[in-house]
Design a binder for this molecule. Structure first.
Ligand code: ADP
Ligand code: MG
Length: 621
């Protein structure tokens, strides 16, 4: 007897649901997208228990009449396409007709919907594929869909849901993508760009009765970014550049984060195509190329990119979640984006002066007409590059002026800390005292017994700190000191849970961080060895690293990556002038630290030259 049977429709839906509905955030995404497609101007998302208990999305859009309502939860039912030719040129976010059917098959759902020309609303309930009848009820114009107890009949799926904080983090992320994708975009002269998709979409996100975000329709893109990602930039109007281009029907508008707000992962690269959030490796590559030379290799720029092009020029029917698209001419898209971004970045004075406190209405140095000469551009880019290493929070809080880390400015002292004090080994090649010179504020040339060495000051110091940190951490952990003023840091839900999950590591590093309000934590103690770095800056990068998972899953690997990052931050920088005693300290390390010939990233720290080499070169022998 044959063993193959046809699955019933409910089973088919449940299986299909796996493709679209992975977690509560997927429900939020699909329902918000439906509200956008229904031309809503107001969407309220209210969830309970990270979406496990309830996800409710309410809109003031077109609504559904009784007939549509009874069909909307059937598989493959849609009002957005009819024939295969409609697949070319899709202008709506949805078109596959499977989201509601999927959601209805894995939860307990109630829908209330009313169309504009109707005096009353209709409602319907679906319980894990078991559909009730449509009945009249009271309700406002628009649609409200309540999804309760997601996966309650699918224990295997429900088991995979994470903590409330983690699920809430994913939901906030989906909310943010819609909020940014459907925000009027202003061009660099402050006019609403032709890219503006919709004016005044108001959005609210509520968790357990508490309002997390209320974004009024009048908020600009920068204001939205600031509300959604409070820790990204203190002053978006200063930290971002605007660029746009219009070629062959493709309009690009970009908000480019200056190198000073770069991150350790690419989470803050938001790409929107006709309002839809997408991921695309061609575009990511173009962004990376545009910033080439302006960022250290392990940093990622913050970029918000809005692309508008005819719907016929790409295909979104590539993946069930529709975050991937296929461009019909991806090379053209790549080159236009690269050109638009690169031109702006290179043509702008990225000088640190632009960030000095406002002295009574004097404006910062903006873009110069025609752009500065090339050498100046490079110098500016370097100044911006070094500026990322901000003065410590304590200095800022006590009102000391930020030191300008450009050539000529005095550097923070290179002090041997308790941990960093050299041990006394038999030196391999001792450096004759005082026969050294710092060149270009970046390299030290020092005489040795049998020749001389050229030392990369940053690379060497980084190595020394890295080695000392490693030794300390494997024994008693890092010695920490209490900050005079706790440094508070605003965190997202998912960042909170990351901190929770990594308390051991954070403690080992000598960081004490405690809750300090609803979305805020305060760093109370910080490792002594990292006294020169800003605790907030450090925490931000640490979170990025833990969040991005780039460091790999193994504890050892992660620790190594964190120590690398810490060493890089704490080390003196290229471009810092050192005085003789600071150079002496640095040179003493050469004699005391193991593996000093390479920095933690594998680059050399020291290049040696022997007298005999020189004599040969000068044909003396
Ligand atoms: P799709 O969005 O791909 O068409 P869905 O399953 O998400 O498929 O939705 C099915 C249909 O239900 C939509 O095509 C639309 O006509 C209707 N619909 C869903 N949500 C809403 C809403 N919030 N307002 C009005 N109509 C809606
Ligand atoms: Mg849909």
């Amino acid at each position: 007897m044959g063993r193959i049977v046809a699955l019933d429709q409910n089973m088919i839906n449940m299986i299909a649901a796996g493709e679209v509905i992975e977690r509560p955030a997927s429900v939020v995404k699909e329902l918000m997208e439906n509200s956008i497609d229904a031309e809503a101007t107001q969407i309220t998302v209210s969830v309970e228990d990270g979406g496990r208990k309830l996800i409710s999305v309410s809109d003031n859009g077109s609504g559904m009449d009784a007939e549509d309502l009874s069909r909307a939860f059937e598989p493959h039912t849609t009002s957005k396409i009819k024939t295969s030719s409609d697949l070319l040129g899709i202008s709506t976010l949805g078109f596959r007709g499977e989201a509601l059917a999927s959601i209805g098959s894995i939860a307990s759902v109630r829908v209330v919907s009313r169309v504009v020309d109707s005096a009353q609303a209709n409602c319907m309930e679906i319980d894990c594929g078991d559909k009730g009848t449509v009945t009249p009820c009271s309700g406002d114009i628009g649609t409200t869909i309540e999804v309760r107890d997601i996966f309650y009949k699918l224990p295997a799926r429900r088991k995979f849901l994470r903590t409330t904080n983690t699920e809430m983090g994913h939901i906030s992320e989906q909310f943010a993508r819609i909020a940014l994708g459907y925000c009027p975009v202003m061009d660099s002269s402050g006019n609403e760009s032709s890219d503006a998709i919709r004016k005044g979409l108001s959005l609210t996100l509520i968790h357990n009765g508490r309002e997390l975000y209320r974004l009024s329709g009048a908020l600009s893109l920068e204001q939205r970014i600031h509300s959604l990602f409070a820790t990204l930039s203190d002053d978006p109007s200063q930290d971002f550049l605007k660029s746009q281009s219009n070629e062959k029907g493709t309009h690009i508008f970009a908000l480019l984060g200056k190198p000073v707000i770069s991150r350790t992962n690419n989470k803050f690269q938001y790409i929107f195509l006709n309002g839809r959030f997408i991921r695309d490796r061609f575009i990511s590559h173009a962004v990376k190329e545009a910033y080439r030379g302006l960022l250290e290799p392990n940093r990622f720029p913050v970029v918000f990119l809005f692309i508008r092009m005819p719907n016929e020029d790409f295909d979104v029917n590539v993946h069930p979640t529709k975050t991937e698209v296929r461009f019909f001419n991806s090379n053209l898209v790549h080159s236009q984006i690269l050109g638009c971004l690169r031109e702006k970045l290179l043509g702008t004075n990225l000088d640190i002066h632009a960030k000095l406190p406002d002295m009574g209405g004097l404006s910062g140095a903006g873009a110069m007409a025609g752009g500065p000469p090339r050498s100046e551009k490079i110098a500016d880019a370097m100044a911006e590059f070094f500026k990322r290493h901000k003065p410590s929070q304590a200095q800022q809080q006590f009102g000391f002026r930020a030191e300008k880390k450009s050539p000529g400015a005095s550097p923070p002292a290179l002090r041997p800390t308790v941990e960093g004090r050299p041990h006394h080994y038999e030196p391999e090649h001792s450096i004759t005292v005082r026969k050294f010179i710092q060149i270009h504020d970046s390299f030290i040339v020092a005489q040795t017994d049998d020749g001389f060495v050229i030392i990369d000051q940053h690379a060497l110091h980084e190595r020394v700190i890295y080695e000392t940190l490693r030794k300390r951490i494997s024994t008693e952990g890092l010695q920490s000191q209490r900050l005079l003023m706790p440094a508070s840091i605003e965190l997202t839900k998912s960042q909170m849970s990351i901190i929770e999950a990594n308390t051991d590591l954070i403690e080992k590093l000598g960081i004490e961080i405690v809750p300090f309000g609803p979305n805020t934590m305060a760093v109370q103690s910080f490792p002594m060895m990292l006294a020169e770095s800003d605790p907030i800056d450090f925490m931000q990068d640490l979170l990025d690293m833990l969040e991005g998972g780039e460091a790999g899953p193994g504890g050892e690997e992660l620790l190594d990556a964190v120590l690398n990052m810490a060493a890089c931050k704490a080390a003196i920088k290229a471009g810092q002038r050192l005085d003789d005693s600071e150079i002496e300290h640095l040179l003493a390390y050469i004699e005391s630290t193991e593996c000093v010939s390479r920095c933690p990233h594998g680059r050399p720290t020291t290049i040696q030259f022997s007298i005999s080499d020189l004599e040969k070169q000068f044909k003396r022998t």
